[in-house]
Design a protein. Structure first.
Lengths: 227, 314
């Protein structure tokens, strides 16, 4: 899933400076599961903002609303009437970067501010602990790396590791960070597949250097697609 | 390796190694500023005492004078540079541009490295490039040199002439992998290898034994890395803080066993004993002396190690 963490409160407060009526919109999918931007987090943040602004003698009217998914027009639509009636002077989103942008695009006349920093595609290791596993590079190499991603997990993103900095199975950057290539080596050795990394992996073309557009086979963009 | 008379780069280092003589290379870190005299001062101690000098490329991810620029100053001072290039700071366009420029201006040796992670340096939040990795860099330089083609496959006019070097760390985990990685670097096109600083001789002997067994030492020249210990503190730091470094307790004990004023001499003694062993070790073709911020000691170390005078091939 996509994981995010809430921005530092001071940064959020600074963004909202001068705005008097704000709608904070949560997202009920990934960021809700990773405890960053669901209904509960919207309520907590709104309370903090409300209290701080009162103390500063700059009261704000802040409302909250959480929808199922901010990356889907179908769910965003339910905000139309709320936003029209509310006469807000700004919006805030606790969704991931994708959701925030889709929201901002739908209401182009209203300033829209992010309340979270999106931190990646991660697995849920334990409650509250998420580990990044994919950089969505558009060219999956997991087939020859034993199901461990060097693009994400190797601090240098090497394709022919491990480098000389491997330190007792950990990365040179930290004893807390396992070396991706050490793990790849161990896993492939266990599968008797070391030949897979003994050959040189040639230079690759990076497929993530321009904005990516995906249209699945058998589909096409609708002619009246929104620009 | 058998002696050869055809040259890929014509560098001094290549000629010495191909003539079957034991090579001795040094290292020079460019200054953190524009003071050319800093380079000239260090060069003085290296000239005539080493066959080629590695000019480091933003080593430990600290910004320094560009490696190619310091390499050119080294040439002016009568030294032969071994131009280091790391994958951390440049993409494939910038790398190829620097390779062409370096060769055009007379640099003939190049060492291809991944580079220390930017986290260690003075700009820890910099974006690490790593567009290609060190093994891919070796292949790229070889393709440019031998096929006259850019990485893209397009023809280039006037191929660069480099004797291509790579690093090897026999002490990083997993140990069994290190010989495979060496084989990959040779397959990619490395002409010579300079190893990480060696302190654990037993492990290094085993590494070379495996490399000999695989026939790798017939395909590449291996220069064993030596860094004399200046103090007990340095030895402990290398042991505990430098990733991929293997400093046995015996070394620390030996340094601790002499009078404080004699510790650095003892460090040099250890280094010279190592060099003596490397001279006779099958599969080792030279020594790379990394006397970090200790360039003024190089003449003394070279003399004690009995590697002088250096050959002067024509």
């Amino acid at each position: 899933m996509i994981v995010a963490k809430r921005k530092p409160f001071a940064e959020i407060k600074e963004m909202l400076k001068g705005y008097k009526k704000v709608l904070n919109i949560g997202c009920g999918t990934c960021v809700s599961v990773c405890l960053a931007g669901g209904e509960k987090e919207v309520t907590i943040l709104n309370t903090e903002i409300d209290m701080t602004r009162k103390l500063d003698d700059e009261p704000i009217e802040i409302q909250g609303h959480t929808i199922e998914r901010q990356c889907d027009r179908e769910y965003l639509a339910e905000l139309d009437s709320i936003i029209e009636e509310g006469q807000f002077d700004a919006l805030m989103s606790m969704a991931c970067g994708v959701g925030i942008q889709f929201l901002a695009e739908r209401y182009p006349l209203l300033p829209t501010f992010p309340a979270v920093d999106t931190t990646g595609l991660a697995v849920n290791q334990a409650v509250g602990w998420y580990e990044e596993r994919c950089r969505s590079c558009s060219q999956c190499v997991l087939g020859y790396t034993g199901g461990i991603c060097p693009v994400t997990m190797c601090a240098k993103g090497l394709y022919n590791g491990p480098c000389g900095g491997t330190n007792k199975g950990n990365c040179e950057i930290s004893n807390e960070q396992p070396c991706a290539w050490f793990k790849i080596y161990e896993r492939l050795k266990g599968q008797n597949r070391l030949d897979s990394i003994k050959k040189i992996n040639a230079v690759r073309g990076w497929n993530d250097q321009i904005p990516r557009n995906l249209v699945q086979p058998g589909y096409k963009k609708p002619e009246n697609a929104l620009k | 390796m058998s002696t050869e008379t055809t040259f890929k780069s014509g560098s001094n280092l290549e000629k010495i190694l191909k003539s079957g003589q034991f090579a001795f290379t040094g290292e020079l870190g460019p200054p953190r500023g524009t003071d050319v005299n800093e380079v000239r001062e260090k060069a003085k101690f290296l000239k005539g005492n080493v066959d080629s000098v590695n000019i480091t490329d933003n080593q430990t991810a600290m910004v320094r004078m560009a490696s190619w620029a310091a390499s050119l100053i080294a040439i002016q001072e009568g030294l032969e540079p071994n131009y280091q290039m790391v994958c951390r700071d440049r993409n494939r366009l910038a790398m190829q541009a620097d390779i062409l420029g370096g060769s055009a201006l007379g640099i003939r040796n190049m060492l291809c490295l991944s580079g220390d992670h930017q986290k260690f340096g003075d700009h820890p939040d910099a974006k690490g490039v790593f567009d290609i990795d060190s093994i891919q860099l070796i292949s790229m330089v070889k393709q440019m040199r031998d096929e006259g083609k850019f990485l893209s496959g397009e023809a280039l006019h006037g191929p660069p002439q480099f004797f291509i070097g790579a690093a090897a760390n026999p002490f990083a985990d997993p140990f069994e992998w290190r010989v495979h990685r060496l084989a990959k670097k040779i397959a990619a096109g490395a002409d010579f290898i300079q190893t990480q600083c060696i302190y654990n001789m037993e492990k290094f002997r085993e590494f070379i034994r495996l490399a000999n067994e695989e026939g790798l030492t017939d395909k590449v020249y291996i220069l064993a890395g030596v860094t004399p210990m200046k103090s007990v503190g340095m030895a402990k730091y290398m042991k505990n803080k430098v990733p991929g470094m293997d400093v046995p307790d015996d070394i620390i004990k030996r340094l601790q066993g002499v009078e404080k004023s004699q510790v650095s001499q003892e460090g040099i003694n250890i280094a010279c004993e190592q060099i003596e062993e490397f001279k006779g070790m099958k599969g080792v073709h030279g020594v790379h002396l990394m006397a970090i911020e200790w360039e003024h000691k190089v003449p003394e170390i070279a003399a004690q190690a009995k590697v002088l005078p250096r050959p002067t091939p024509e």
